[in-house]
Design a protein around this ligand. Structure first.
Ligand code: ADE
Length: 329
């Protein structure tokens, strides 16, 4: 068991969160509140009934609920409040900088326009910096199981606001939707000056990690735990200094592993891969970033090891070098 002093020490470590879906911070209580406020019909009327939907068998069973609940987000104020609620929690967990995914295609599909979503999220970021001293930015996430044409369309819609974005990423169902599908979308994103990140090796094979590096020029790999299945892929991540944004509680909830001890984090670290700890969709997976650090402490990671991972999260961010040095100092 992690005692109170260890818990406090882990939370006090300055860290960056690099793999966080803002829609994945929609707590069930807030989802029901917004559904009522915005007149959105959900199939569940009580909190208990809704909470019973959170026993996920795999990634897809989570995604079904995640997309369904997103329909309650309707106004710029909803997005601002969602962002602020996350930043408050993250700041309490020692997060000093967050690079945050959002899913514009889903919100467009729900009848919103991109400015409503981005204005609300950016206002939340501005207020979060002011109130909680936490910095951050947005990564536009492409939903990989929607048609590629929709990805191209949303990127063009976002192009005039590229300066408001840090980067581009991918999410949703992995197997059957290889990174190669999005090669031209990522070329265009690079033309717009965006950083490129891509999930690979969450449920998919190590070969998807190679594709994400070769074809998307991913600067970080999200999840990436299956990279450990292939020594050549592991070696390449180490040699090319490509960090992984790992999400332990997510992997357990989505049954990527049954036990956190089965995650190959130590194996990857010992092979020289930079591993970072993140929460992915904390409202769905049983804990924010602090709980993810604690979960690793519970399976034997020492304070010094976790301190090194926190420092690596800052190094793996897209912050300017001077800002990294300030946070590390
Ligand atoms: N979207 C939000 N969380 C995700 C995850 N863990 N994998 C794929 N898509 C996601």
């Amino acid at each position: 068991m992690v005692d109170e002093s260890m818990r406090a020490a882990l939370r006090a470590l300055p860290k960056a969160e690099l793999h966080l879906h803002i829609e994945g911070t929609l707590e069930p209580e807030l989802a029901l509140e917004l559904a009522e406020r915005n007149g959105v019909m959900l199939p569940w009327t009580s909190l208990d009934e809704l909470k019973r939907q959170y026993a996920f068998e795999n990634l897809q069973s989570f995604l079904d609920l995640y997309y369904q609940l997103m329909a309650v987000l309707k106004t710029a104020d909803d997005f601002r409040d969602l962002m602020l609620a996350y930043l408050k929690r993250a700041a309490a967990d020692g997060v000093r900088h967050a690079e945050i995914f959002f899913d514009p295609q889903v919100h467009l599909g729900n009848g919103l326009d991109l400015d409503t979503v981005m204005d609300g999220l950016l206002e939340g970021l501005r207020l979060g910096r002011e109130r909680y001293g936490i910095g951050g930015g947005l990564i536009l996430c492409i939903v990989r199981d929607l048609p590629v044409e929709s990805a191209r369309h949303v990127l063009e819609l976002a192009a005039p606001r590229a300066a408001d974005l840090i980067g581009i990423g991918l999410d949703s169902a992995e197997v059957g939707y290889p990174p190669s599908l999005f090669a031209d979308v990522f070329v265009r994103a690079r033309e717009l000056g965006l950083h490129c990140v891509a999930p690979a090796g969450e449920e998919g094979p190590a070969a998807y990690v190679t594709e994400a590096l070769d074809l998307l020029h991913a600067e970080r790999i999200d999840h990436g735990v299956h990279a450990a299945d292939d020594p050549a892929v592991t070696r390449r991540l180490a040699e090319e200094h490509i960090p992984l944004t790992c999400c332990p509680l997510s992997n357990r909830r989505l049954q990527v592993v049954h036990d956190l001890r089965d995650l190959p984090l130590r194996k990857l670290i010992e092979a020289g891969v930079t591993v970072t700890v993140n929460s992915d969709d904390p409202a769905y997976f049983g804990g924010y970033i602090g709980a993810n650090y604690e979960a690793l402490a519970e399976i034997g990671f020492t304070y010094d090891e976790l301190k090194a991972l926190a420092a690596d999260s800052i190094r793996a961010s897209f912050l300017p070098e001077a800002d990294k040095r300030a946070l590390l100092g």
